[in-house]
Design a protein around this ligand. Sequence first.
Ligand code: SF4
Length: 77
Amino acid sequence: MRVEVDRDRCVGAGMCVLTCPEVFDQDEEQGRVLLLAAAPGPERRPAVTEAAEVCPSGAITVHPDGTRAPADTPGRA
Ligand code: SF4
């Protein structure tokens, strides 16, 4: 699993930090998201997926296969 955050989209709501503090933090100046672990282990998948779902600005992207989204994989329907 690979995680990306878009700090330009982040509005500092902090939902990700509440949901999965092992992977997400916020900077002290603007409260924008900081990524603590770009490739968290599979045990973090439920919390990371939930964090992406609850983020109000869509600033979190999760790539479950660790490389790119399945829809981008050539040869797949
Ligand atoms: S939940 Fe989204 S908007 Fe809120 S701090 Fe995290 S990344 Fe930023």
